[in-house]
Design a protein around this ligand. Structure first.
Ligand code: XUL
Ligand code: CO
Length: 440
């Protein structure tokens, strides 16, 4: 059989922290047990089909630069089949358990809705066979509702119901493809909206259109037997200036307002968090505190750039905090760690794809070991418990459980006198965190 990655002859192996082999894992050891589960089960790594196999290196200043061997064929379907073969070769050689796709990543748009549907069905059949042969699974599927010119003024939030209906068709087929491939999640990400200028936009209506589409999607998927989870992936902007799912808090509010909370969780992306002027850690905390952290896109942005650079992750402190958050909430049932990262425009070689992912997997594996220790020894849990202890009993507890009033609290405050100042001890705790990061 043709090989697309001849430079990698065997699956990437764990060689330990001292290895100098760039095509080996130093920390990621899929079967190693940590806190009762294997590393593979904790991390649930997924490859983003769009960046890794369909990425061209294009940016707003220039077209594609990569010359991928799987991108040569006699027509679009031939290329789609070759790309799928290359993708599964890559998954197996890298040793990742999952992948994620948009409908248009795996199968090309046809000349009509029916033709596009047939293309997708054909590729899904092949993907299903390759999944069985390799054991690689689909983490989540989604529909690309932002690349085609018809979506220039949005998809679900488009002012034209005919465009809305096209989006509905794509979503219907992408959901069924996800079910067929036994994906455990289905993602919605805003991208393009009807809203570009207030001069021509009905904000209230666009949000209602979006909610109506999501309700129909849930209804259809459940009718077809989908037992997985729906995710919304917040992002504040790009390509649209204002996207409705700005950040985790905004999106949770939207889901609550339109009665969608039962079927949805959030897919939090690192680079989207920073575009929203939050940190990844903050967004994870907001989603997790609401019991709605379902999946993660673990790329990184460039702090000097105001756009979504989707680089591979390399920050140990951030990765550690991410896994600490996951350990605290008992892991991810439906989602995983999807890279959603791309090699740079100048990284032309196919081997660069391995380097990017190997580095990211090793980073998160190392972070898992540190987070596990931090969670087992609980220095931060103790500090937080101590800080809020006043609310566990007495008047604090009464206030929290709605059993007091402003007047009773006022009387109590007067009896207590001026409360002593209590340090938040941020520096001490930062040192504690650093000790785990660098010394353990
Ligand atoms: C866009 C983005 C998407 C979603 C899936 O910024 O992150 O690729 O992850 O549509
Ligand atoms: Co993403």
């Amino acid at each position: 059989m043709h090989t697309y990655f001849p430079e990698v002859r065997n699956p990437i192996a764990h060689e330990g922290p001292d290895t100098k082999n760039p095509l080996a894992f130093r920390h990621y050891h899929p079967k190693r047990k940590v806190a009762g589960k294997t590393m593979e089960e904790h991390l649930r790594f997924a490859i983003a089909y769009w960046h890794t196999f369909k990425g061209t290196g294009a940016d707003p200043f220039g077209g594609g630069v990569y010359d991928r061997p799987w991108n040569r064929g006699h027509d679009a379907m031939d290329i789609a089949e070759k790309t799928l073969d290359a993708a599964f070769e890559f998954f197996v050689k890298l040793g990742v358990p999952y992948y994620c796709f948009h409908d248009r990543d795996i199968a090309p748009e046809g000349v009509s809705l029916a033709d596009s549907g047939r293309n997708l069905e054909r590729i899904v059949r092949k993907a299903s066979r390759l999944q069985k042969e390799t054991g690689v699974k689909l983490l989540w599927g989604t529909a690309n509702l932002f690349s085609h010119p018809r979506y220039a003024n949005g998809a679900a939030t488009n002012p034209d119901p005919r465009v809305f209906a096209h989006a509905a068709s794509q979503i219907r087929r992408a959901i069924e493809a996800t079910i067929e491939l036994r994906g455990s999640g289905y993602v919605f990400w805003g991208g393009r909206e009807g809203y570009s200028s207030l001069l021509n936009t009905d904000l209230k209506q666009e949000r209602e259109q979006l909610a109506a589409m999501l309700h129909m999607a849930v209804h259809h998927a459940r009718k077809c037997g989908f037992k997985g989870m729906f995710f919304i992936e917040p992002k504040p902007r790009e390509p649209s200036t204002h996207q409705y799912d700005f950040d985790a808090a905004t999106t949770l509010g939207f889901l609550r307002e339109f009665n969608l909370l039962d079927d949805f969780m959030l897919n939090i992306e690192a680079n989207h968090a920073t575009l929203a002027t939050h940190s990844f850690e903050h967004e994870l905390a907001v989603a997790s505190a609401a019991g709605k952290l379902g999946s993660l896109d673990i790329n990184r942005g460039d702090p000097s750039c105001g756009w979504d650079t989707d680089q591979f992750p390399n920050d140990l402190a951030s990765a550690t905090w991410t896994l600490y958050t996951l350990l605290r909430q008992g892991g991810l049932k439906y989602g995983g760690l999807n890279f959603d990262a791309k090699v740079r425009r100048g990284s032309f070689d196919t081997i660069d794809l391995f380097h990017g992912h190997i580095g990211g997997m090793d980073l998160y594996a190392r972070a898992l070991l540190i987070a596990d220790r931090l969670w087992r020894e609980k220095p931060l849990v103790h500090a937080i418990n101590k800080r809020y202890a006043g609310f566990r009993s007495g008047m604090g507890k009464k206030a929290l459980t709605g059993k007091t009033s402003l007047l009773e609290l006022e009387k109590w405050a007067a009896q207590q006198g001026e409360p002593p100042l209590a340090s938040g001890q941020q520096e001490l705790l930062e040192n504690t965190f650093s000790r785990y990061l660098y010394d353990v």
